[in-house]
Design a protein around this ligand. Structure first.
Ligand SMILES: Cc1cc2nc3c(=O)[nH]c(=O)nc-3n(C[C@H](O)[C@H](O)[C@H](O)COP(=O)(O)O)c2cc1C
Length: 266
């Protein structure tokens, strides 16, 4: 069925009038463009990496481990048979969470699909320069065998490192402008971007990469959720400072850029 086409005028797209001449989105997009005339300046990070062994070592091992914090080993990911095509066909943003606790093996499968290790330091998702800018966090409310709290997923240990114990729901609900969104869900996966991990090499374009890569991670989680018969909802609408606060991020050098709510469907 073809929908009737009405021409949109710019005012309808951008609100009153045109975007300002110093519109931050346009400025950022312009500033993060690659251009042959600027190739020398734009490749400075690549050169720095080529000659700096410390940078090479640090960037090949993107993990933030806090050995003094308690770690909860996760069980092997549960991997029910499901064809890629079936997962693609059935993925939907679902909000029908039933309140049931999620088994740790199913949470483990979601985390592993999103950011688990493959082939050494590689992941199931691509990453510009294999720099992996995220620290994947879990706000857990109802995971069997795991106390409610905020955790960091350590992909090398396949374990959850405690960040803060306690029910994260009141703070998360307050951070979501739409009421009721988290009702009945078991956990929210939060993608904390450590911008420096990609900016040191790619400059402003590294910020683009972080946002693009967040989409890869959430899509993998969403597809894995279909295979696991779970509901998943991408979460982009939240009060940034409040969510950053939950994971201890300053919101400048590091910030939560995306999330995905997961749980057993009603
Ligand atoms: C970047 C992004 C952010 C989103 N943020 C939210 C959100 O904050 N709350 C929500 O209810 N849905 C959110 N969604 C889900 C969209 O509403 C959903 O993808 C859209 O309605 C299409 O439906 P489908 O995913 O079932 O195909 C988000 C989706 C994307 C891609």
């Amino acid at each position: 069925m073809r929908l009737p086409q009405a021409p949109l005028v710019r005012g309808e797209l951008y609100g009153d009038g045109e975007p300002a001449l110093d519109d931050p989105a346009e400025l950022f997009h312009e500033a993060s463009k690659l251009h042959p005339a600027l190739a020398h300046r734009q490749s400075a990070g690549l050169t720095r990496l080529a000659v700096n062994e410390h940078l090479q070592t640090a960037s090949a091992h993107a993990v933030r481990r806090n050995p003094q914090r308690r770690c909860h080993p996760l069980p092997a990911p549960r991997r029910p048979a499901c064809s890629l095509w079936s997962a693609l066909d059935h993925r939907r943003s679902r909000r029908d969470f039933g309140g049931e606790a999620l088994e740790a093996a199913r949470l483990a499968a979601l985390l592993d699909a999103g950011y688990g290790l493959r082939d050494g330091n590689r992941r199931a998702v691509p990453s510009g320069g294999a720099l992996y800018p995220f620290e994947l966090h879990v706000a857990a409310r109802a995971i069997a065998g795991i106390p409610p709290g905020i955790y960091r997923y350590d992909q090398e240990l396949h374990a959850l490192e405690e960040h803060e114990l306690g029910d994260p729901w009141p703070a998360l609900e307050a951070a979501c402008p739409l009421p009721g969104l988290l009702d009945g869900a078991a956990a929210v996966l939060l993608l904390l971007a450590v911008f420096g991990r990609t900016r040191f090499k790619y400059g402003l374009r590294g910020y683009r990469f972080a946002l693009l890569e967040a989409g890869h991670v959430v899509q993998n989680v969403a597809l894995a959720a279909v295979a696991l018969d779970l509901a998943a909802l991408p979460l982009g609408g939240f009060y940034d400072a409040q969510v950053d606060d939950l994971v201890g991020a300053d919101g400048v050098e590091e910030s939560v850029v995306y999330g995905v709510v997961v749980g057993v469907a009603a």
